[in-house]
Design a protein around this ligand. Structure first.
Ligand SMILES: Nc1ncnc2c1ncn2[C@@H]1O[C@H](COP(=O)(O)OP(=O)(O)O)[C@@H](O)[C@H]1O
Ligand SMILES: [Mg+2]
Length: 444
């Protein structure tokens, strides 16, 4: 479940022990000397202490031994209290491992700048633990809410040492966060920067960020103890070949909720910040989700109309309910003022395609069914495809199944080329354009 006491530095292998990114141990370049300087703060999963190593100051996040309910996995159900089963899932999801995986993913992707700098993990030795306890009297059993109520650390003795596990830490750049009470103005530029970092983290497969203003250190995301990083048992069903289709769909839906939840949290952070007395910057102007950060208060009919209006380039969008994902395709007439904004347009229309979350692919021979996976995949592809995300009149929207006929020149004949993917397939020389368009011009 937890790493055992290391006997030599060779035991300090990159962690965690599961598929995917692994964080290397901090290289002390000699003896493991740490000076504990000051207590910096705590959260659900950890205590953070200012330390000095070889004259340089860092923040050392020291992880509690939390309840299995405190991390995403099978521990939510007490009937799963099985060491091997929990160990397997804990490798991905237990707070220390979660954080190792997220920082390691940033390092392997070459984007450590998206978060507070991380220098590796640290396992405290017995003398360091004694010194830490003498100075700060910290409690490592349970998360912050049940602090010290149960002997969580003693549950899983090390297989080699037979002792309760050592304290695990992650060494990071020392920074500051805004105070909880009466924080200073949060500028639009800073908010947009955090949003951009969040989007990039998602693109790298790191979701579930528990975003709050007090979680930001020097304006960057720093706390990954609840993060889900690919490959993960939630996002990568191929890790478990025994999953049923239904289970995979539920996982897909849950992963989607974690992902969009990060944007909801971000909006909530902005809304809360706007209530602060010293806030002057207009955070309601930061574009997060269609409809703006006050969309819950507004008339949803207008929100639907406004959603493609936002950056003037969102032809596709979606609405999610508990039962369905509703894919939306917006169109509007030509601009009434040339070069004007989309609000100057007329003849707004939206076509919708509700896709139940429960829609499942059937075995061969059954009718083809549009699943939420495919719908979401298409929405993303359409949003990314150049030239196909701007709001245009309906007649100019290229259907998903649009094929063009192209003469390759130099006697190489005709091919059918799919408009979106540019995939080509040979066509008969003697067919003319119109025949082929007749065959392939229907949208699905
Ligand atoms: N790099 C850092 N520099 C300075 N203070 C930090 C740093 N990281 C965390 N802290 C402080 O420690 C607190 C808890 O850290 P955090 O990573 O959020 O732990 P948890 O996972 O338990 O929520 C933060 O709210 C902040 O006050
Ligand atoms: Mg935190």
């Amino acid at each position: 479940m937890y790493p055992d006491w290391p006997e030599t530095t060779a035991d300090l292998v990159p962690l965690p022990l599961c598929d995917g990114p692994k964080l290397a141990a901090f290289d002390f370049q000699g003896d493991q000397q740490i000076d504990f300087l000051e207590y910096l703060g705590e959260g659900l999963h950890a205590h953070v202490v200012k330390v000095s190593i070889k004259g340089k100051e860092y923040a050392l996040k020291l992880f509690r031994f939390v309840d299995d309910h405190d991390w995403y996995g099978p521990g939510d159900d007490d009937s799963n209290e099985d060491r091997d089963k929990l160990t397997l899932f804990a490798q991905y999801s237990e707070p220390f491992n979660s954080e190792c995986r997220a920082f390691a993913r940033l390092q392997e992707a070459g984007h450590p700048e998206l978060a507070t700098a991380c220098y590796g993990y640290v396992i405290l030795d017995e003398a360091q633990e004694r010194e830490l306890m003498d100075r700060f009297k910290l409690e490592f059993n349970c998360g912050i809410e049940q602090s010290g109520q149960f002997d969580m650390r003693g549950r899983y003795l090390g297989k080699r040492s037979g002792k309760p596990p050592p304290i695990r830490g992650i060494l990071k750049e020392l920074g500051t966060r805004d105070p909880y009470t009466n924080p200073p103005d949060f500028s639009v530029v800073s908010a947009k920067k955090v949003l951009l970092d969040l989007k990039k983290l998602h693109q790298l497969g790191i979701i579930s960020h528990d975003l709050r203003r007090d979680q930001l250190i020097n304006g960057k995301i720093c706390d990954f103890s609840s993060a889900i990083t690919i490959p993960h048992f939630l996002t990568n069903p191929e890790l478990n070949p025994r999953l049923t289709e239904k289970q995979k769909h539920r996982m897909m839906r849950e992963a989607f909720h974690f992902t969009i939840g990060d944007f909801w949290n971000f909006e909530e952070m902005l809304r809360d910040t706007l209530d602060e007395p010293r806030q002057t910057s207009k955070l309601d102007r930061v574009p997060v989700l269609p409809g703006g950060i006050f969309r819950y208060r507004a008339d949803s009919k207008y929100q639907l109309r406004r959603s493609p209006d936002r950056p003037n380039r969102t032809r596709y969008g979606y609405i999610q309910t508990d039962q369905e994902l509703v894919a939306c395709c917006f169109s509007a007439g030509a601009e009434t003022t040339p070069g004007g904004k989309s609000k100057d347009r007329e003849d707004w229309a939206v076509e919708i395609m509700p896709v139940p979350w429960s829609a499942e692919l059937r075995s061969c021979g059954e009718p083809h069914i549009l699943t939420t996976e495919l719908a979401l995949w298409w929405l993303c592809m359409l949003a990314l495809s150049d030239g196909h995300h701007a709001l245009v009149p309906k007649a100019d929207i290229v259907p998903i199944n649009k094929w063009d006929t192209v003469n390759k020149g130099d006697g190489r004949g005709w091919v059918w080329r799919r408009r979106y993917s540019q995939v080509e397939t040979p066509a008969n020389d003697f067919m003319d354009d119109h025949d082929m368009l007749d065959i392939f011009d229907d949208s699905t």
